[in-house]
Design a protein around this ligand. Structure first.
Ligand code: SG4
Ligand code: ZN
Length: 262
């Protein structure tokens, strides 16, 4: 199975010199230049099944690199949206953030970073599990959503942020109160507006197996709410904050970025 070995985010965003992280030409994240994206009206709508069913979500956990929620089963599914080889099963979601409101997201849009990005990691159902799919071309589909700073709290996020606060130290877990953060996202973002490109995992081993979808509409969050996520520690002793867990943007090289407005 796919194992994440220890890794660090240096001041440049990444110091990973191993394997495809260093040599790959289809790495993630990227800067998305909207005016250069190719409009593709053939991608179509996503079919999202069971995302709003709280019983499908397992515990929330601080894994020392991020805050992550693993799924309780494999019945939350994604299909359509021009993805190759669907359906895909949701395995987990997690976040990327920075040390201030002006940094945090992995993808950037026209050079601009958002303060927070959430990733929903799905594996191709026909491949059976995340580990196998992470070693297979086009095996993963990750959905990325941006947050943006809004002057007042987004109350829909509060139950989830309470859970985040309860897992501040590495390896702490908590149960989620229902409904999870998902409703706040999918009720507020038009999933017909998205960007598509081929890339990889943004952490080692940087496997170039991801069909990336990045939505252009953003989710509101206040500065005070963002501060709660930043109080997450990379050790069980609760001494060193995770601080930043985004990788710097990677060269696009010969890849095409598609944009769907349907
Ligand atoms: C985070 O480190 C997650 O905790 C990892 O999930 C994830 O790896 C990794 O990010 C890379 O995913 O969407 N940012 S990303 O490209 O999903 C995988 C784990 O379960 C394989 C270790
Ligand atoms: Zn991620």
């Amino acid at each position: 199975h796919f194992i994440i070995t220890g890794y660090n985010y240096d001041s440049n965003g990444d110091d990973w010199t191993d394997g495809v992280c260093a040599t790959g030409t289809s790495q993630s994240p990227i800067n998305i230049v909207l005016s250069s994206a190719t409009v593709d009206t053939s991608l179509g709508e996503f079919t999202l099944t069971n995302y709003d069913d709280a019983s499908k979500y397992g515990n929330i956990k601080n894994n020392g690199h991020t805050i992550q929620v693993d799924m309780a089963d494999d019945t939350v599914t994604l299909n359509g949206g021009g993805l190759d080889g669907g359906p895909f099963n949701l395995a987990q979601f997690h976040f990327h953030w920075g040390t201030s409101d002006s940094t945090g997201s992995e993808h950037t849009v026209d050079g601009k970073q958002s303060p927070l990005e959430i990733h929903f990691v799905h594996y191709k159902a026909s491949l059976g599990d995340l580990g196998t799919a992470a070693g297979t071309a086009e095996g993963l589909a990750v959905l990325g959503f941006f947050f943006e700073v809004y002057p007042s709290d987004n109350a829909n996020l509060d139950p989830f942020l309470d859970a985040v606060t309860s897992v501040a130290n590495k390896d702490q877990t908590a149960t989620l109160s229902s409904p999870p953060v998902i409703n706040a996202i999918f009720q507020n973002v038009n999933t017909s507006l998205f960007v598509r490109y081929s890339g990889g995992l943004t952490t080692p081993g940087c496997n170039e197996v991801v069909q990336w979808t990045v939505f252009t509409e953003k989710i509101a969050i206040s500065s005070a709410q963002l501060a709660k996520i930043r109080l997450s520690y990379q050790e069980s002793s609760g001494t060193t904050l995770i601080g930043k867990n985004y990788r710097s943007t990677q060269d696009l090289n010969s890849r095409t970025v598609k944009i769907s407005y349907d």
